[in-house]
Design a binder for this molecule. Structure first.
Ligand code: SF4
Length: 381
């Protein structure tokens, strides 16, 4: 498959690994920002092929994981109403709120539907004029533009029974928060390539300069990640801290101007709480005042909700890279994908789910040759 198999080429992977091994002289801690990158790293055993001095710290870039508990609880309350059809991507249905999830709301009679696009939800609104149709709009700069466009379409088509429950988050303020933390160990970032394909890279040089941290825009296939690591380590070894675009096939410096214009029209920047992490200033988007009539929180007046996280869940520490998932006492026992205590065990981009799925159960590290799906197992290595 074009743009996939060539980025899993074993000979090229070996060459990149050789270069990384030859370059590194001391310990370095790199954070991959995106949960998609985390899954690729764990699935292919990339971290186990790197020199021992390089630690990959898993970052907070999992949209499902960071959606705050109070927003999940608001979704549960809205979805329980008899006049509502609540639409969401499938991975949100199993995210635990306070005491229940959207699946449970559905089993209790709520009309909760899985859709593959916000436009599907808009179509459902057109087909059900006597119902209120709500789409759960979560995620980073990648999912925000289509959600914005759907609200734009709703207004254009005069569809008034559609609204968006918004919990969008932005990556650069999260990087700033991570670097400002007293516990921070991160020395370089592999920035999320798909976010940069929308937003460009213009927000990053100031961060790289202020925190003296290399930021390498990185893709998701094994060779992308190895190339990101190679460039980050090269900068670290040289004492440099610049923004480097290693995902040029998808990322232009200015990003996607049409998508950014849509975001600027529909959304406004706001402070946003990240689940397990807390409030990060200017880290979210909400619908702009002129589109407030399409804001589900405004329409349904759900107000303040008392929330309660399971005491055993350490997802906040996982999301900040302070612990690895198997260091959580509940990992694989009280908390599994079937019985998740936290969103990081549910999401297809969650670090806990990656460790469980690819059998990183702690103890003696599994070497790549023992791993189910390693670089060798997927014809890379
Ligand atoms: S393993 Fe489960 S309980 Fe532990 S941090 Fe991950 S999601 Fe939370």
């Amino acid at each position: 498959m074009k743009y996939l198999e060539e980025f899993q080429n074993p000979d090229l992977a070996r060459r990149l690994l050789d270069e990384i091994h030859a370059t590194v002289t001391r310990p370095w801690a790199l954070m991959e920002v995106c949960g998609g990158q985390t899954h690729s790293i764990i699935r292919h055993g990339i971290d186990q092929l790197l020199p021992e001095q390089i630690e990959l710290i898993h970052g907070p870039g999992c949209p499902v994981c960071v959606t705050p508990l109070d927003v999940i609880d608001k979704a549960l309350e809205i979805a329980s109403r008899p006049d509502v059809i609540f639409c969401s991507f499938g991975d949100m249905l199993r995210v635990p709120g306070t005491g229940r999830d959207l699946f449970q709301v559905r089993s209790e009679g709520g009309d909760v539907r899985v859709v593959y696009s916000p436009l599907d939800a808009l179509r459902i609104a057109q087909q059900n004029p006597d119902k209120q149709v709500v789409f759960f709009g979560i995620g980073f700069e990648t999912t925000a533009p289509p959600n914005a466009m759907t609200v734009h379409q709703a207004r254009k088509l005069g569809i008034r029974n559609f609204s968006l429950l918004v919990s969008h988050v932005r990556v650069p303020p999260a990087i700033e928060a991570i670097m400002s933390s007293a516990d921070c160990r991160v020395q370089a970032f592999l920035a999320a390539g798909h976010v940069c394909s929308v937003m460009g890279i213009e927000e990053y040089p100031e961060l790289a300069e202020r925190f003296r941290v290399p930021i390498v825009v990185t893709g998701f296939e094994p060779l992308d990640i190895l190339e990101g690591v190679r460039r980050a380590v090269r900068q670290l070894e040289r004492g440099e801290h610049t923004v480097d675009n290693a995902y040029e096939r998808a990322v232009r410096p200015e990003g996607n101007l049409a998508a950014k214009a849509m975001l600027a029209d529909l959304f406004e920047v706001t402070d946003r709480a990240w689940r397990g992490i807390g409030m990060i200033p200017h880290s979210g988007w909400r619908l702009a005042e002129k589109y407030r009539e399409f804001d589900a929180e405004h329409r349904f007046q759900v107000g303040e909700i008392a929330t309660q996280e399971p005491a055993a869940c350490r997802a906040g520490e996982v999301l900040q890279g302070l612990i690895k998932p198997h260091e959580c006492e509940a990992f694989g026992t009280a908390c599994t994908p079937r019985t998740p205590l936290g969103a990081t065990m549910v999401s297809s981009e969650g670090a806990c789910a990656a460790y469980y799925l690819y059998r990183r159960l702690g103890g003696t590290p599994t070497r790549p040759e023992q791993n189910q799906q390693t670089l060798e197992g997927t014809s890379v290595g």
